[in-house]
Design a protein around this ligand. Structure first.
Ligand code: NAI
Ligand code: 15L
Length: 281
């Protein structure tokens, strides 16, 4: 006889609603997706970006804010229960661009959160924290960081910052090492790294409301056929992806030529990020 042990959902009996959520990066690709979906989980959604975000909608507050501006970030965070932090440079760029938005910006956000008593942050980290692992290996979230870019380094800093603020102040963070979250996978690599928007929403909901997460790292990836990441150390989130990149496989494999075996884009998990730059030499 086979016994199947069903694990209880950690959100069973937990209210997945709070007073006010702050969403940074609300004008970006994922910000626009979550701006539609997060209102279910709060009385008020405060949306923010350095770029124009338009008028506040019903049950919204809209604030244009540069994360590099410490006092503006302090005001932005006041009165918030949970922060979903997506704002920042989201691709490889010169360090001088990454530093203020991603490194100083994350520091400003955590300092403001500490001052204002915010106890839960969902941090949009990235698979590029570990982009120099090979595509033929499976790593878990305890594997040492191996950033593939200045961008990946900034996300590695953000994860360390999150751990520090938990150890020092008890502020909890779930670091989402997002793979590739777009409406659909765009290339062969994304067949392994793709995160569908329903799975993104599930992950963010769990990251906001599952109790006692301490500082958790989880890869944001759907139930793709081939996955390079093992989320077993984040099992307490109860994340169970429901989407997969399979419907796009045939079209992508037909359209995209296979790269040479030693092409870094094919070798490393970070793909093209491992060869982008240096800038301005
Ligand atoms: P995106 O580039 O579309 O959005 C980022 C937003 O941050 C933009 O609207 C931008 O104006 C804003 N921003 C940039 N600098 C800022 C500053 N100094 N102050 C305030 N806002 C600033 O990126 P996307 O795809 O929406 O990603 C959202 C987050 O998730 C980013 O942090 C990104 O690094 C992370 N991520 C996304 C992945 C994806 O596949 N979409 C994969 C891995 C991580
Ligand atoms: C990221 O971290 C980027 O923000 C996103 O634009 C994609 O490039 C993604 O990683 C990826 O690895 O596909």
């Amino acid at each position: 006889m086979t016994l199947t042990l069903e694990h209880a959902d950690p959100l069973d009996g937990i209210r997945t609603h709070c007073g006010r959520i702050l969403l940074t990066g609300a004008a970006g690709g994922l910000g626009r997706v979550l701006r539609e979906r997060l209102p279910h989980y709060a009385d008020v959604l405060r949306v923010s970006d350095i770029a124009p975000i338009g008028e506040a909608r019903a049950n919204e507050e809209a604030v244009v804010c540069n994360l590099a501006d410490a006092s503006a970030v302090d005001a932005l965070v006041r009165g918030v229960d949970v922060i979903v932090h997506l704002g920042g440079v989201s691709v490889e760029r010169p360090f001088e661009e990454v530093l203020p938005a991603n490194i100083q910006g994350a520091y400003h956000l955590y300092e403001a959160a500490r001052r204002h008593g915010v106890h839960r942050i969902v941090f949009a980290s990235s698979n590029h924290v570990t982009g120099f692992y090979r595509q033929d290996e499976v790593i878990d979230t305890l594997a040492p960081q191996r950033p593939d870019s200045y961008y990946g380094l900034s996300k590695a800093f953000g994860e360390q910052l999150a751990q520090f603020y938990f150890d020092r102040y008890g502020m909890e963070t779930v670091c989402l090492r997002i793979g590739s979250s777009f409406p659909e996978p765009k290339d062969r690599r994304m067949l392994a790294t793709w995160l569908g928007y329903d799975d993104l929403e599930q992950l963010v909901r769990r990251a906001m409301f599952v109790p006692n997460v301490k500082c958790t790292i989880v890869y944001g990836v759907s139930a793709n056929r081939d996955v390079w990441w093992d989320n077993s150390h984040a099992a307490h989130l109860g994340y169970a992806p429901t989407q997969t990149s399979e419907p796009w496989r045939e079209r992508i494999e037909r359209a995209e030529p296979t790269r040479a075996e030693d092409d870094p884009v094919r070798v490393y998990q970070g793909g093209a990020f491992v060869t982008t730059g240096p800038f301005g030499d």
